[in-house]
Design a protein around this ligand. Sequence first.
Ligand SMILES: Nc1ncnc2c1ncn2[C@@H]1O[C@H](COP(=O)(O)OP(=O)(O)OP(=O)(O)O)[C@@H](O)[C@H]1O
Length: 241
Amino acid sequence: MLLKLTAVSKRFGAVVAADAVDLHVAKGEALGIIGANGAGKSSLFNLVTGVMRPDSGSIEFEGRDVTRVAVRERCHAGIGRSFQIPRPFESLTVFENLMVAAEFGRLGRTGDAVAVCGGVLEATGLSAKANIVAGRLTLLDRKRLELARAMATQPNVLLLDEIAGGLTEAECHELVALIRSLHASGITIVWIEHIVHALLSVVSRLVVLEFGKKIADGEPHAVMNEPAVRRSYLGLEEVAS
Ligand SMILES: Nc1ncnc2c1ncn2[C@@H]1O[C@H](COP(=O)(O)OP(=O)(O)OP(=O)(O)O)[C@@H](O)[C@H]1O
């Protein structure tokens, strides 16, 4: 198992952001996570990346207990993440942004970082924009850069936090194609997304959170049809038969 959460809990006063969450992600998998606003999706990523420490429970990555390991060390171990709102260094070029990410990641300030960033530019369709400053990119290219920055840290698992938000349908289609190609190249993906049709075109397993609790986990279409999911996420009441 690449990533394994066991009974992970996190509270903020009366708010339960994670409620004894068990979650397994296998190498090469593409897993989707959905849940209403405030269900605890971003908190789960914060717990996995080390931004937050759980109150209880454990997190293993590639068989190693990383529950108390610092953010940068988890990044070096291969946990990469993109953020809901892309925040690149606006005045640096696309390539420079990737170099900063590569240096934060496991490559450090080495010659290999240049080669890796060149490969990431190509894989994310940004080669022609390498020398443009990030602040001048379109929203779709900012999303591409957000993915590329995560890829430049050379992750074994890529955590995507609502990366499709704000795009037009056509742009969303392009981003989905890019995520599919990254997954096809062998990277494990865990993707939180409100745009369910985009998510379902990539993932082969779906987890649903409600008030910090995992309420469903399985084949995406079967999960979407579970009564508890329809009630919680889609706000649909079952019609009495
Ligand atoms: N640092 C924090 N301090 C206090 N409460 C927090 C903190 N982080 C998250 N929370 C609370 O924990 C709950 C889960 O938040 P979280 O951001 O994980 O939800 P989410 O499912 O990602 O929501 P959204 O879809 O709106 O991004 C919310 O009630 C939120 O207000």
